[in-house]
Ligand binder design. Structure first.
Ligand code: DAH
Length: 342
């Protein structure tokens, strides 16, 4: 076939194919079909060898022109398609900056955290320091040093989780009293918040709960100092009108021991459902540190006296927020938790 005719045929073929091409990528691929090493135009060029020498220059010109034309034709097509593709991508990825954003829900402090902080804050204002003891304790700190040796009936007051013969989950933050007194000379004024564990489980008891322990040791302290401090503390947390009452009780590590009651902050002492008609609400245990406990920690009980106080934090949270089941505090249900804002 005449070379000119062949060239024309290829040009037509290209024009026809070009019409069908819809993407810059295909344009690139098809371009290679004509111009690539084994492409149609390249094979025509290879055929030059068989052409008589005198026709070669002319034919070379024609083929070069064809190659250039093809290249331009495809480049133009490709860049046109690229412009369209880019415009489409921008349109697809368009962001409406005026749309309302997705707001991450606000977190809220856990009621136990809120109450713990409030309690700590009051005591810090009175000059207390914080001591946090370990939750895994040995028998000595949790019981024996607190004047509760093995076989002491008071051990039955707290159903204990034992990890080994001598190792347990502390049943009371009172264990922290011993750790502090062993290491610090009076005057001592510490506050020890933390988790405690007991095999106890109903609407008002949980196997894990939190306590706050307070300990003061100095010269000349009496039960009046304890009462004075409790009065102040109770007024700060429940309100100025709330009164305290100390009732005789028993704890092995205090002598005398008392139960601390506060006048009902719901009914003002008249008697209601919250205080079960008594006008008083039990807050925690307290007392003067037993001489034997002081002596066991190397503190001379003839020189120093001390008082201590311990309360359950969840109990306070339940009173404060009107929560009737302690389990609500551990279930992590956000419908419940989001009601509390610090
Ligand atoms: N540790 C006692 C308990 O868990 C509470 C307690 C009573 C703490 C008297 C004290 C205290 O510091 O003096 O039942």
């Amino acid at each position: 076939m005449d070379i000119k005719e062949k060239i024309k045929q290829i040009e037509e073929q290209i024009e026809n194919t070009v019409k069908e091409i819809k993407s810059s990528r295909t344009a690139q691929e098809i371009k290679m079909k004509f111009l690539g090493k084994s492409g149609e135009i390249s094979s025509l060029m290879k055929n030059m060898r068989d052409v008589p020498p005198e026709e070669r220059p002319n034919m070379g010109k024609l083929l070069n022109a064809l190659r250039q034309w093809t290249e331009e034709r495809f480049d133009k097509l490709e860049s046109g398609l690229k412009t369209i593709e880019l415009a489409k991508r921008y349109a697809d990825e368009k962001i409406d900056v005026t749309m309302p954003g997705q707001v991450a829900p606000d977190g809220a402090y856990h009621p136990t955290t809120l109450v713990t902080r409030e309690l700590i804050d009051i005591f810090l204002g009175m000059g207390f320091e914080i001591f946090e003891g370990p939750e895994i304790e040995n028998d000595y700190y949790n019981f024996t040093a607190l004047n509760t040796p093995k076989d002491h009936p008071a051990r039955d007051m707290q159903d204990t989780f034992y990890l080994a013969e001598n190792l347990l989950l502390r049943t009371q933050t009172s264990s922290g009293q011993i750790r502090v007194m062993e290491n610090k000379k009076p005057p001592i004024k510490i506050l020890s918040p933390g988790k405690v564990y007991r095999s106890d489980d109903d609407a008002t008891h949980s196997p894990m709960f939190s306590q706050l322990e307070m300990l003061v040791v100095d010269k000349g302290l009496t039960l009046c100092d304890l009462q004075g401090m409790l009065d102040e503390f109770v007024k700060k947390i429940f309100g100025r009108e709330v009164k305290t009452r100390l009732r005789p009780s028993y704890f092995p590590f205090t002598e005398p021991s008392v139960e601390v009651d506060v006048s009902c902050f719901e009914c003002g002492g008249k008697g209601c459902r919250l205080c079960k008609g008594t006008g008083w609400i039990e807050l925690g245990g307290a007392g003067m540190v037993n001489r034997r406990v002081l002596a066991g920690c190397g503190i001379d009980p003839d020189e120093y006296t001390g008082f201590a106080f311990g309360l359950g934090i969840e109990r306070i949270a339940m009173f404060k927020y009107g929560i009737n089941n302690i389990k609500l505090l551990y279930e992590g249900d956000t419908r419940f938790l989001k009601q509390f804002k610090g």
